[in-house]
Design a protein around this ligand. Structure first.
Ligand code: SF4
Ligand code: SF4
Length: 326
């Protein structure tokens, strides 16, 4: 019997999601035994035309990582959608926009200006910027359009399932592959990770005081972090209360607070707003019920980069979606 066909593709991402597939170690052999990989640009030499030659729906599942920033990524996502029975948004960038989604705080023009003209390591006296079409005498060179706004995968094509994380941990990936092969999948649209918050599984949760009251906000490098205490108790922002579990509390076990890469639990529309309201509810001076506006302002000003802190992985998927430009 023919093995199910599987594709892996990489849009706007750092490559970490590809690493996770490699991190399956010997399990990758079980995967390659059970399936026929028909596209995996980072590892195998298949071309777009090989995918085009397949019948519609012939690929059992496509795992697509990365946000969608370029015309080429949009084209490939649409092609893979057409050729696949299932599409899985693989990793935080495909799921929520991820780190590339922070580009939505800028415009294409400001990104080009910074990247190609202003950064100290760039020497570009003629101010050349990437062009979609360039005549070079022997023909025309083309580049895909760089869109102004970064999109999540499901803002581009219909997505069947989501594997969260930056990157998704190998055990979740293996569980998802096994569930797909066995045809034991949850309802369409599900995030293939537990529907619980990090605080529900965190090893520090037991010692977390019932009533938290943050009097001063600090960044991790400014404190000698106690490896047993809840970060919030130590005045360090941890997005655990507003983030889905399933990563094995990777950062927390390495004595770093959760930054939110697994996204929110089911039913939360905006992880950044949820995180903000979580923090607002515990900002305070012990014994002082009504803080003065000045005291609140002083605390809020201690949050370095609030937008980047609360929307680090989820700006394109949020209700804000992008910064409003005049
Ligand atoms: S806030 Fe962070 S450190 Fe504290 S219990 Fe929740 S996940 Fe753990
Ligand atoms: S602890 Fe938070 S930021 Fe770290 S891997 Fe888990 S979900 Fe992502």
């Amino acid at each position: 019997m023919a093995k199910p066909k599987v594709a892996f593709y990489w849009c706007a991402s750092c490559g970490g999601c590809e690493e996770t597939v490699v991190d399956l170690n010997e399990d990758i052999l079980k995967v390659t035994d059970a399936v026929d990989i028909v596209l995996w640009p980072v590892a195998l030499d298949f071309k777009k035309k090989d995918v085009e030659a397949l019948s519609d729906g012939e690929i059992a599942v496509s795992f697509i990582n990365g946000a969608v920033r370029l015309e080429e990524q949009e084209e490939m996502a649409e092609l893979l959608r057409k050729k696949s029975g299932l599409v899985v948004a693989f990793g935080a960038c495909a799921h929520l926009g991820g780190i590339p989604g922070l580009g939505n705080f800028c415009t294409r023009e400001t990104i080009f200006q910074r990247a190609y003209k202003e950064v100290p390591s760039v020497e570009n006296p003629e101010g050349t910027l990437p062009q979609e079409k360039t005549e070079i005498g022997i023909g025309e060179l083309t580049l895909p359009e760089f869109y102004d706004t970064v999109k999540t995968l499901d803002q581009t094509i219909p997505v069947d399932y989501y594997l969260p994380g930056c990157p998704p941990p190998p055990d979740l990936v293996m569980n998802a592959i096994n569930a797909i092969l066995a045809g034991k999948l949850p309802e369409k649209g599900a995030v293939l990770a537990p529907n619980k918050a990090q605080c529900d599984t965190c090893p520090r949760a037991e010692k977390k005081p019932e009533k938290l009251s943050i009097k001063e906000i600090k960044r991790p490098y400014e404190v000698k972090l106690d490896p047993e205490k809840c970060f919030l108790e130590q005045g360090v922002i941890c997005l655990g209360p507003a983030t889905r579990s399933g990563c094995g509390e990777t950062c927390i076990r390495a004595n770093m607070p959760c930054r939110g890469c697994f996204g929110p639990v089911d039913g939360v529309l905006d992880q950044g707003a949820r995180s903000l309201s979580m923090l607002a509810s515990i900002l305070g001076l012990e014994g002082e019920e009504n803080m003065t506006e000045e005291a609140v302002q002083r605390l809020v000003e201690q949050i370095a980069d609030p937008a980047g802190t609360f929307y680090r992985f989820s700006l394109p998927a949020s209700l804000l979606r992008r910064k409003r430009m005049e």
